[in-house]
Design a protein around this ligand. Sequence first.
Ligand SMILES: *Cc1c(COP(=O)(O)O)cnc(C)c1O
Length: 386
Amino acid sequence: MKGRKLLMIPGPIEFEPAVLRAMGEVTTSHVAPNFIESFGNALDLMQRLWLAPNGQPFIIAGSGTLAMDMAACNLVEEGENALVISTGYFGWRYRDILEAYGGNVTVLQAPIGETVPLEDIENELKNKQYKVVTMTHVDTSTGVFVDPQPIAALAQKHNALSILDGVCATIGEETKQEEWGIDVVLTGSQKAVGVPPGLALLVVSQKAMDTWRNRKTQVRSYYSDWKYWLPIMEAYQNRKPSYFGTPAVNLVRALEVSLEIINKEGIENRVASHKKYADAFRKAMSSIGLSIIPTSDGIAANTLSAVYYPEDVNGGDFLKYMKEYGVIVAGGLHPDIKTKYFRVGHMGTIHKGDVVTTISAIEYSLNKSGYKFENGKALATFQNEI
Ligand SMILES: *Cc1c(COP(=O)(O)O)cnc(C)c1O
């Protein structure tokens, strides 16, 4: 593996060797008994890890955006109102998706690094009857974390369905879907779930499934329509073969392996470990004078950190030095501040060594970029914290 770089971006992430080995297993038929068991088990594990034992799980070939698309086109009919609570880039994506299906979208936009106040959300929900409310658990463009619990409660109170875009959060941020009454929790395989890119994952409440069953109009998508996929998911969960579109056999098997690993560790432990690494990483950054985009610790994500460059550090050069050191981090994504910050994903099976290497690379790159600070301080801070 010489020359291999450490991948510390907000997905895809570093994957468990066992998960990668599963990708390399012989591809069997999608109706072979071993695959039926894997698919069924992966669906069962999703219900368990999403803390939604009565939810309807879906595993579909596609990226996280397909999961967003599915929730939108199945739950929102043309002309219905949708409220998007936006903390950045992926809020805008949800606006675009909902509009593509004829939704009448209102966006409540948070300033960069902040969240939308609950009072504003409540006022909006009082003001108009909304079909759905969407929120981004962690906006990957800012590293801002949104607490879904009070928003889901408000949606419920005002008779709207809640959709949580957990693509950069689910498994890494606490999510009690059923207890908190969130109607859809969706993600993609390549983020905190820890499987190479290619699977859209959703768990949908029975209330939302009933809403979909009672639609007045046809779903305006062919591939995303739950009418084709629901019988498939039900069949596999009952350990029966079925076919609509060929499932991504190797990815589904890899998903089963990853979810088993997470389940063995325990979802609470997995979330706690994300939090521990995130806190220690941020303390390390602030110890050398770097600040993060979220304006307070309470809204900083467990799964990634978005860090401003110090003044006079050129982002392009910094990223080049990082790469030279063997660590890949991501540049900015939010268009207003794109060149002013970088992003580090610290999700999945995180090892101390990976974060130590990343912090070491950051210190090296800052040094090379001419930034003056006490060399080694960030590393020492991390080591003391962890
Ligand atoms: C990555 C991401 C997406 C999009 O997922 P893709 O797999 O790239 O389609 C959506 N929402 C959030 C919050 C994300 O981080």
